[in-house]
Design a protein around this ligand. Structure first.
Ligand code: GDP
Length: 447
């Protein structure tokens, strides 16, 4: 069914070379006819699809000169008739033209409504749509890459294969339930256990990749910790390449955690310069210390900065105890002040003044977070997908147990069906309206 025509500016706000106003629905070409005058004799109604036509665009109080293109249903992004205007990239130019489409009957598009229509018209799967959102919202190359893999249905295809095998198992169960001779059932149970086990292992492989995917999506959190005056703020600034943290020779200057975002080899790292960790009589400083301790405890990786020439003391030991269970990089800073660098257990010697060791520190941050640099694999980056796969795995585990204790086949079938349904939340077959709404709310208007 063709829906009412929606319109939005598809390009970001602000000034630019070009802006695009997009319409989709049952009559965008009729609206275009009322506000676009092509150069030459061609009429808008006779536009050949997928061809750019130059002409004047009515912006209400002004006219612009630009291009118009018609994408004919169903061969368009949304699967509906789509018309786009390309005008000069001034915010007011684009807004004026958009308002004109409203005057001629188009309705403002909601966030992600074009993509939602594409999904509803079967142009792309639900996780493909999520991939589009991940690419648009991606803050690092790795996130964009992972989004593209989702968009190109890598995950959907893997999940569909598992779903198909589960469907075969279910079909087999149905047949056995219809012909319930005891030995047939027993034999059947023995046959499906290895199949379910194999599928469970395949799902486990997918869920395991979320450990990395999550870090790609939200960034690796890194806490720079250590005693005051060891050069933590200076190191943060040097890592970021600009001054973010206040550097001072007075101990205790960093009252609150300062955060900076850094990209190392296309992956995002959120680096926190944590406030001094020591007992203080100052109430405000104590709040800062508490917050810093929370950041240190929840960080993915800790960078411990020490002045090794002074030797480790109680305060160092206290910080190290806090980070003992996480990947740790020990840094000997201010190496420019000393030549005595041999008898320390530091992983890297740095100077926040000369920049020595900073590249090695970045390399260590990458390796401690992701292991050695290797091929780009397809990672699970959406928590929603991880949850659905976890549930699918749990249901399979229940089914396997039920087989092992010789439960009736129809009960085993219920667990297998539950697993299939959980996977359907990824491929879209069982995605509820609430799931769909949430996914499309992540989009911007115009996509
Ligand atoms: P924080 O309290 O650990 O954050 O330490 P700061 O970054 O504020 O640095 C304390 C002092 O040490 C400042 O005077 C810095 O200029 C100085 N400093 C930091 N790193 C180095 C370094 O690598 N070499 C030298 N020579 N001085 C440094």
């Amino acid at each position: 069914m063709l829906e009412h025509t929606i319109a939005a500016i598809a390009t970001p706000p602000g000034r630019g070379g070009v802006a695009i106003i997009r319409m989709s629905g049952k009559n965008p070409l009729e609206i275009a006819e009322k506000m676009f005058t092509p150069v030459g004799k061609t009429k808008v109604a006779d536009f050949e699809p997928y061809r750019m036509y130059p002409g004047s665009i009515d912006g209400g109080n002004f006219t612009d000169y630009g291009l118009c293109v018609y994408f004919k249903a169903p061969a368009s992004y949304t699967g509906e008739d789509v018309v786009e205007f390309q005008c000069h990239g001034g915010e007011n130019v684009a807004r004026g033209i958009l308002k004109q489409t409203f005057r001629h009957g188009a309705k403002p598009a909601d966030k992600g409504e074009f993509t939602k229509r594409a999904f509803l018209n079967g142009k792309l799967s639900i996780d493909s749509a999520e991939g589009v959102a991940d690419m648009i919202n991606g803050e690092s190359d790795a996130e964009v890459k992972a989004g593209y893999l989702l968009y190109s249905e890598k995950l959907t295809n893997k999940v569909r294969i598992i779903q198909d095998e589960l469907k075969n198992v279910l079909a087999g169960i149905d047949v056995s339930v219809d012909y319930p001779e005891e030995d047939v059932e027993e034999q059947h149970v023995a046959e499906i256990i290895p199949v379910l086990q194999k599928l469970k292992n395949e799902i486990s492989l997918l869920t395991a990749s979320y450990a990395v995917g999550k870090k790609i999506k939200s960034g690796v959190t890194v806490a720079i910790c250590g005693k005051p005056n060891t050069g933590k703020s200076s190191l943060l600034n040097k890592l970021l390449g600009y001054d973010k943290a206040i550097v001072s020779g007075v101990a205790g200057t960093t009252r609150d955690a300062v955060e900076g975002v850094l990209e190392i080899d296309g992956r995002k790292f959120k680096i926190y310069d944590t406030a001094v960790v020591r007992d203080s009589a100052d109430a405000i400083e104590n709040i800062g210390i508490e917050r810093a301790e929370n950041i240190i405890r929840s960080a993915d990786v800790a960078v411990f900065v020490a002045d090794y020439s002074a030797g480790a003391d109680e305060e160092d030991a206290r910080v190290l105890a806090m980070v003992k269970d996480k990947p740790l990089i020990k840094v000997f800073n201010k190496i420019d002040l000393t030549k005595d660098e041999t008898d320390t257990d530091a992983d890297v010697h740095t100077s926040a003044v000369t920049g020595e060791g900073i590249a090695k520190l970045k390399q260590l941050l990458y390796e401690k977070s992701f292991g050695a640099r290797g091929e780009d694999a397809a990672f699970l980056i959406e928590e929603r997908h991880f949850d659905a796969l976890q549930r699918a795995k749990e249901s399979l585990q229940k089914a396997i147990l039920a087989c092992q204790i010789s439960q009736p086949l129809d009960l085993i079938g219920i667990d297998v069906k539950e697993s299939w349904d959980a996977l359907g939340e990824i491929t879209g077959e069982t995605a509820t309206e609430a799931i769909i709404e949430e996914i499309f709310s992540k989009f911007c208007v115009g996509k």
